[in-house]
Design a protein around this ligand. Structure first.
Ligand SMILES: [Zn+2]
Length: 408
């Protein structure tokens, strides 16, 4: 058992700070007075202890380049394992002990298992291997090889096709289902933000089948109608949610759906990247980026639950910088630092049904960060990994001052 003494323990639900000690192995065993014979004592030195952070939207196989489509066509699929692993470590040393990968190739369940079994050190992974795309999805434009590649994710039309696709993802080792009810911003001219891809019956069948198999459903949606469509089908999280309107907000609250903002994926203010985009993609980027801050601020103000997700891996959004997202929530969405911290801890855990994670309580998983400064005073302290003195995952020390530790 590890004992940290003389530390300020932050309760992320109330914002209350308790000065004292904590003892943990895989789980948190006690909080309070120091005990007699721990295996290891760490002097907390008056620093702060917060739960390990959770990013609900990353793409570990993606490398943040504008030229992602070309890159995808030029690498062997086996390389994705290593790229994803290196990127997972970048998050871990930045204090993110849990990541949800929102739709990658077939490396996800193997990497998750390699980490869980202790073969390699890494964050806890929740993976959706292969998104579920409607037949005839977004990329009608492009070389034949690209269209063939996309077809692997597309499923047969109708409720049976959709149910089969859910079960196939389950068999592949996915933890949850990722689908889209609108096109994407960066996905080319045929990918429309206002177009809803699934029929109501298909989407409802997908959600019901996933829930029946113990999987939650994350839906990518930018346009207003696609968000309403997803909210009506009672999905679990809506990603991006850029052009959400009052009806969408009402439905999300009614059906207890969490909004995952991915604010750091906006790059309208990164002219060097904007210049490299095809004109029609640039137009969509401006449309979405200029609206989403205000729409998300309204959703937050009206009580929609928000959980941290960054879309790390998309152009200009490098892995290991997810804490920036929390600073944006404070600066632009009107959150207090505590509310921002909640999005990456308690809110993220409850949005996807992660049990006993995202808080510091007896019996909870010992995912803990020892940090130099109080994040409730200035959330941006978390952006610099140097301030994150120690990272524990399931009670094991996995990173120190911005460096991941080797396999023990
Ligand atoms: Zn994404």
């Amino acid at each position: 058992m590890i004992q940290i003494e003389n530390v300020n323990i932050i309760d992320v639900e109330t914002g209350k700070k308790t000065e004292g000690s904590i003892g943990f192995s895989e789980k948190i065993e006690w909080i309070g007075e120091p005990q007699a014979s721990p295996d290891k004592i760490i002097d907390g030195n008056g620093m702060f202890l917060i739960p390990g952070l959770i990013d609900l939207h990353v793409h570990l196989q993606a490398t943040s380049t504008v030229h992602w489509a070309e890159e995808m066509m030029r690498k062997k699929s086996g390389m994705n394992h290593y790229i994803a692993y290196a990127n997972a470590l970048r998050h871990l040393k930045a204090g993110f002990t849990t990541l949800r990968d929102c739709g990658g190739e077939l490396w996800g369940s193997s990497l998750r298992r390699s980490i869980d079994s202790g073969t390699v050190i890494g964050p806890r992974l929740i993976v959706a291997q292969w998104t579920i795309s409607q037949w005839g999805n977004q990329e009608a434009m492009g070389p034949d090889e690209w269209i063939e590649l996309q077809k692997r994710r597309e499923v047969l039309t109708g409720t049976d096709g959709v149910r089969h696709a859910v079960r196939e993802r389950k068999r592949l080792g996915s933890d949850f289902i990722k689908t889209m009810t609108t096109g994407g911003v960066l996905h080319g001219m045929e990918s429309k933000l206002e177009r809803t891809l699934w029929t109501e019956e298909e989407l409802t069948a997908m959600v019901n089948e996933a829930h029946r198999l113990g999987m939650h459903v994350a839906v990518h949606a930018h346009g207003t109608q696609g968000i309403i469509h997803a909210a009506k089908a009672k999905v679990d999280t809506i990603e991006h949610c850029s052009l959400v309107d009052d009806e969408g907000i009402k439905l999300m609250k009614k059906n207890n759906i969490t909004l995952v903002p991915t604010q750091t994926s906006a790059f309208m203010d990164k002219p060097e990247l904007m210049m490299q985009l095809p004109p029609e993609v640039r137009k969509k980027t401006i449309e979405v980026d200029s609206a989403m801050i205000e729409r998300h601020a309204t959703a937050f103000e009206k009580g929609v639950k928000i959980a941290c997700g960054t879309d790390a891996g998309v152009p200009g959004n490098p892995h290991g910088t997810s804490a920036r997202e929390l600073t944006i929530y404070v600066e632009k969405l009107g959150m207090t630092p505590l509310e921002a911290l909640q999005t990456a801890t308690v809110n993220a855990a409850s949005a996807i049904g992660l049990d006993k994670t995202g808080g510091i309580k007896q019996g909870y998983v010992a995912d803990l960060l020892l940090v130099k400064q109080n994040p409730l005073e200035d959330i941006s302290n978390l952006e610099n990994p140097i301030n994150i003195i120690k990272v524990f995952k399931s009670g094991k020390l996995v990173a120190e001052k911005g460096k991941a530790l080797p396999v023990p």
